[in-house]
Design a protein around this ligand. Structure first.
Ligand code: NAP
Length: 253
């Protein structure tokens, strides 16, 4: 049985390929960096004896998304992880609008289209798992990234309820700050962040997989972030907005 993971070349996505291969899944790896994907595919084959396929695709483009949709429509994919993503460390007013559109396409457009393409096979099998990697950023108003992640969470919560009778489990995985290449790629200054807020991707991924297996709509790895979630839901929204924008401004320094 196959699992397809987007953003499989590094960070959280690479960790998903590792843990799902260990669980016995054959793995389809998707990202832009073909060389890194091939190397990872070879490692998985060596370590776990699983089959693998590599799809080099830019999910900011219609053609890139189409390639992955085509593979999903062929069938056989029981486990889909929509994980690819990146951040833009600029105020919206100063940001390049083409870059913003690419970001929306990767974080939202690809998640919507790939979920849709995966469903006919999963419904026919009456079994399937979808994890959409969201973020705690979706709880605050920290720019377009927050808005996109908020969409991912609500979309996944909806699917989780709507598809339960079809035997399909859908989970929004909302990590907090996690050690990956994300902040370095986005040129974010993380120097002031307290150590207790950092997570490791092995834990994030293990909690996400356990959550989707038991049919949870939302997975928030780490006790510190579960407490934060409760606080954010009960604090006045004006206060949450103020703190949220403060966090984003600090990353731009
Ligand atoms: P990462 O190490 O930078 O990995 C990002 C992955 O996405 C890479 O495999 C990258 O591969 C792929 N990607 C980026 N743009 C792409 C595009 N246009 N088309 C196809 N693939 C693309 O970061 P990460 O932290 O693991 O991020 C994974 C997910 O977790 C993202 O959705 C992110 O928003 C979310 N998240 C991260 C954190 C955190 O603190 N790290 C917290 C909350 C949520 P290529 O460069 O090879 O294309």
């Amino acid at each position: 049985m196959w699992a397809l993971i987007t953003g499989a070349s590094s960070g959280i996505g690479a960790e998903f390929t590792e843990q799902l291969a260990r669980d016995g899944y054959d793995i389809i790896l998707v990202a832009r960096d073909h060389v890194r994907l091939q190397e990872r595919a070879r490692l998985l084959q060596e370590k776990y004896g699983v089959q693998s396929e590599v799809i080099a695709a830019d999910l900011a483009t219609r053609d890139g998304i189409r390639k992955v949709e085509d593979r999903l429509e062929k069938g056989g994919v029981e486990f889909l992880v929509n994980n690819a993503g990146f951040g833009i460390n600029k105020r919206f007013a100063d940001s390049d609008i083409e870059r913003e559109s690419e970001n929306l396409q990767v974080l939202v457009g690809a998640v919507m289209r790939l979920s849709h393409a995966a469903l006919p096979y999963m419904r026919a099998q009456k079994k399937g798992y979808i994890i959409n990697v969201s973020s705690v950023a979706g709880w605050i108003a920290g720019g377009t990234y927050s808005a996109s992640k908020s969409w991912v969470t609500v979309f996944s919560e909806y699917l989780s309820v709507d598809l339960a009778a079809d035997g399909i489990h859908v989970t929004a995985l909302a990590p907090g700050f996690t050690h990956t290449e994300f902040h370095q790629r986005g040129k974010m200054n993380m120097s002031g962040l307290p150590q207790w807020l950092w997570l490791n991707s092995d834990r994030v991924v293990a909690e996400g997989i356990a959550a989707v297996r038991r049919g949870a709509a939302l997975s928030i790895p780490g006790r510190q972030y579960r407490v934060l979630y409760l606080l954010i839901r009960h604090l006045p929204r004006a206060f949450v907005r103020k703190v949220g924008i403060g966090v984003r401004r600090r990353q731009r320094r």
